[in-house]
Design a protein around this ligand. Structure first.
Ligand code: ZN
Ligand code: ZN
Ligand code: ZN
Ligand code: ZN
Ligand code: ZN
Ligand code: ZN
Length: 437
C-alpha cells in the first residue's frame, strides 16, 4: 500500500531519459505490468545507487515503540530481520542485456545499513492504523523536482502496521503472517523505486477486482492474503529498470502490435510501452528507421523452453535467470544453467552459468590421496586446505601433517619451511599457494 491517490498514467517520464511511450488505457489494461509514479508532488523515486536503511524507535519519537501487546522483543527481532530480507530481494536482481553476444548485467540497487542520523529509508512501527494493510510508504520530506512529473527523494519512511501484523501472527492463519513477512518489505520498497500499487491504479478500493496477484506490486482478492505475491517478477523489475535508468529509450525492442489509422502501433516487448509510427518504404518504422518483429497470436510450449530463440535473457538473481518471450507476455525463471569446465583455486571451485556468466561457487570436497588433498568434484590437487573462521580469518591445514594441526598464516609459513617432505621447489610452490589464497 502507498498513501497517495493515482492519476491515469499515459506517459512515462523517467530518469535519465524520457521514455516517450504510452500504455494501454489503465481502465482496460488488465494486463498492465507496472505503473510508475509520475506526479511531481506525491509520486517520486529514489535515485542514489545505495540505499541506507535504519530502524526508528522511541528514542527518536515517543510514538515509535516496537514491543506492544502483540510483539515481544524476540518477535520484533524476527519481524525486523524478515522485513530487511524481504526488501533486499530487490538488491539481488540484475538487469541483463546481451551486448555483442555477451551478457551485461547491472545490479538494480544496493543496500547498506544506516543510522537515524544518516539514512534514506527509515523503518518504523505504527500502533494506530486500523486499515487492513501490513505496511505504508511515506515520503515525508526532501524531494528534488527534476522536471514535470519527475522528482527524486532522499528520504523515505516505511511504516509497519503492528496491530495488523500482530493479529495475523496471533489470531489468523499463521501462513498469512508468513506471506506478510516475505512480502511487506519487498512490496513497500517497490514504492521507493517509484512503482505504484497496480490494482489500486486500476480498481481503486474495489478490492474484489484486485487481480494482479502475479506481481509484488499487485494485490489479490481482498482477504486472500496467502495469494499475495512474495517474489519480484519480470513485470515488477522492468518498471524499476525504467526509474533506475537501466531500460532507456535505446533499449526498446519493438514488435508490431497492430495499426491505428495510417500508423503502425509498435510495442516494446521488454517494457510494454507503445509508440505509433508510419511504416517506411524499406519496411522500417518512423524517422529513426526502427525495426520490429511480428506479433505471434499464441506460442507453443516448445517456443517457451530456454533453448528456444524466442526466449530472451533479461536479467538474473543469485539463484535464477529471467527469460522473456519476444512474442507474448510470457516470462519465466530458470535456475542458473551451470556447466562446462571448473575453475578452481585454494578456496573452492566454480563454474560459469551458460546463460548469464554468473560464477556459481562450491566448496572443494576433498579426499586424501597419498600426500595430497584431491577434490572429488573438480579434481583440484593441493597439499593445503584452508579453513575460514567466523571472524573472517583464514587458517591452514596440511595433507602430510600427521598431527592434523590448524595453523595461522605465519605458523603455516614456518610449517612449510621446516617440512622435510618438500624439496626447495615444492616449498616455494606451496608458499606461493598460500600467499595467493
Ligand atoms: Zn503498496
Ligand atoms: Zn528519476
Ligand atoms: Zn522498452
Ligand atoms: Zn510467447
Ligand atoms: Zn545465470
Ligand atoms: Zn573442487
Amino acid at each position: 500500500m502507498v498513501a497517495l491517490a493515482c492519476i491515469n498514467i499515459n506517459k512515462v517520464e523517467a530518469h535519465p531519459a524520457l521514455l516517450d511511450v504510452y500504455y494501454e488505457d489503465p481502465e482496460t489494461a488488465t494486463g498492465a505490468w507496472y505503473y510508475l509514479m509520475t506526479d511531481d508532488d506525491s509520486c517520486i523515486h529514489f535515485d542514489g545507487s545505495t540505499i541506507k536503511y535504519a530502524f526508528g524507535n522511541e528514542t527518536n519519537n515517543s510514538k515509535w515503540f516496537w514491543t506492544n501487546s502483540y510483539y515481544t522483543e524476540a518477535e520484533v527481532a524476527t519481524l525486523k530481520n524478515a522485513v530487511v530480507r524481504s526488501m533486499k530481494k530487490w538488491g539481488d536482481i540484475h538487469i541483463g542485456k546481451i551486448v555483442n553476444g555477451e551478457p551485461v548485467k547491472s545490479r538494480l540497487i544496493n543496500f547498506a545499513e544506516g543510522s537515524y542520523d544518516d539514512y534514506n529509508l527509515l523503518i518504523l512501527p505504527d500502533q494506530e492504523c486500523c486499515t487492513m494493510v501490513a505496511g505504508i510508504m511515506d515520503i515525508p520530506m526532501t524531494r528534488t523536482v527534476i522536471e514535470e512529473y519527475h522528482a527524486h527523494a532522499e528520504k523515505f519512511w516505511m511504516y509497519l502496521m503492528m496491530p495488523v501484523l500482530g493479529q495475523m501472527k496471533d489470531y489468523d492463519d499463521p501462513s498469512e503472517y508468513n506471506v506478510a513477512l516475505e512480502r511487506v518489505g519487498a512490496h513497500e520498497f517497490g514504492h521507493v523505486l517509484g512503482l505504484l500499487d497496480i490494482d489500486d491504479v486500476e480498481h481503486g478500493d474495489a478490492d474484489y477486482d484486485w487481480e494482479h496477484s502475479d506481481k509484488i506490486m499487485g494485490y489479490a482478492t481482498y482477504g486472500e492474503y496467502t495469494e499475495y505475491q512474495t517474489f519480484i517478477g519480470f513485470y515488477d523489475f522492468m518498471g524499476a529498470a525504467i526509474t533506475r535508468g537501466l531500460h532507456t529509450e535505446n533499449d526498446h525492442k519493438w514488435r508490431v502490435e497492430g495499426t491505428k489509422g495510417d500508423l503502425t502501433v509498435l510495442e516494446c516487448y521488454l517494457c510494454n510501452g507503445r509508440i505509433d509510427v508510419a511504416q517506411n518504404a524499406d519496411g522500417t518504422y518512423g524517422p529513426n528507421n526502427l525495426t520490429a518483429i511480428t506479433k505471434r497470436a499464441s506460442c507453443t510450449s516448445a517456443q517457451h523452453t530456454y533453448t528456444s530463440s524466442t526466449m530472451e535473457y533479461v536479467g538474473c538473481s543469485s539463484s535464477s535467470d529471467f527469460f522473456k518471450c519476444q512474442h507474448c507476455d510470457y516470462y519465466r525463471m530458470y535456475t542458473h544453467f551451470v556447466g562446462g569446465a571448473y575453475h578452481f583455486g585454494l578456496n573452492g571451485h566454480y563454474q560459469d552459468c551458460n546463460y548469464c556468466g554468473e560464477k556459481i561457487y562450491g566448496e572443494h570436497e576433498y579426499v586424501q590421496e597419498e600426500l595430497y588433498y584431491v577434490c572429488t568434484v573438480c579434481n583440484y590437487r593441493t597439499r593445503i586446505r584452508t579453513i575460514s573462521t567466523a571472524d573472517g580469518e583464514t587458517l591452514y591445514a596440511f595433507s602430510d601433517d600427521t598431527s592434523e594441526g590448524i595453523y595461522d598464516y605465519n605458523q603455516a609459513q614456518n610449517y612449510i619451511w621446516d617440512n622435510n617432505n618438500y624439496d626447495i621447489t615444492e616449498k616455494i610452490e606451496v608458499l606461493e599457494e598460500i600467499s595467493n589464497a
